[in-house]
Design a protein. Structure first.
Ligand code: ADP
Ligand code: ADP
Length: 209
């Protein structure tokens, strides 16, 4: 498989986008671009943007389009993203999808695939409330992928049963309309995200080749 691939991962919160993105970037040698990670880093750094975004994130609301579009445009123009990237958590609205299209067109960098990870809403709350991560950003689950004993892990503030409700509502109202947008371009690959992580990776790689 060529490493010059531009891939988007789409799916509801807890679908496994971050887990799969990490595996794909290792295989393909292209950067992982996660708007959620970038916003959390801005928050940890205490920037004005990060603090404002953090308040919205904790409530399970989306950060305004112009903010995330600006962050992503800057990131995809960096040298290491010239040959490809795995976008995780962006685009999350139709205006974001259109802005990305325009930016990629300007750079003559067409998208190769939009991987849609399907997981039943019923299992997502359990996936998200059990999610933990370490300081290096490795993702664990208290039950499905327990962190090694002694490893210090944290739980995200928005990984609560309340916040997941509004995050799922946002997914269905704001994000799912991007799927027909990419279906029209013929680049959607649908993947069953209920399978084991290794099987999901296998299916994604097969769909990309
Ligand atoms: P997303 O980035 O889409 O929100 P994550 O990759 O962070 O999702 O996964 C959410 C939670 O579900 C994490 O705790 C992760 O360990 C777990 N998880 C990811 N993929 C699977 C899977 N295929 N089966 C079971 N649990 C999974
Ligand atoms: P998950 O992988 O569980 O869906 P993310 O880490 O991708 O969560 O995103 C966490 C939060 O960051 C979102 O609920 C939202 O508030 C904000 N966010 C991340 N990406 C975007 C985006 N593209 N547009 C708007 N808000 C975003």
């Amino acid at each position: 498989m060529t490493s010059s691939m531009r891939i988007i991962l789409v799916g509801p919160p807890g679908a496994g986008k971050g887990t799969q993105a990490k595996r794909l970037v290792e295989r393909l040698g292209i950067p992982h671009i996660s708007t959620g990670d970038m916003l959390r880093a801005a928050r940890a750094a205490g920037t004005e943007l990060g603090v404002r975004a953090g308040e919205l994130m904790d409530k399970g609301q989306l950060v305004p389009d112009e903010v995330v579009i600006g962050i992503v445009e800057e990131r995809i123009n960096q040298e290491d993203a010239k040959t490809g990237f795995v976008l995780d958590g962006f685009p999350r609205t139709l205006p974001q999808a259109r802005a990305l299209d325009a930016a990629l067109l300007r750079n003559s960098q067409p998208l190769d695939a939009v991987v849609q990870i399907d997981v039943d809403d019923k299992v997502l709350e359990h996936r998200v409330t059990g999610r933990r991560s370490d300081k290096d950003g490795n993702i664990y689950h208290t039950e499905f992928n327990p962190p090694p004993t002694g490893l210090e892990v944290i739980q995200r503030k928005d990984d609560t049963a309340e916040a997941i409700k509004s995050r799922l509502e946002k997914y269905w109202s704001e994000t799912s309309p991007i799927i027909p947008f990419y279906e029209k371009k013929g680049i959607i690959k649908k993947i069953d995200g209920l399978r084991q992580p290794d099987e999901v990776t296998y299916d994604i790689i097969a769909a990309l080749s």
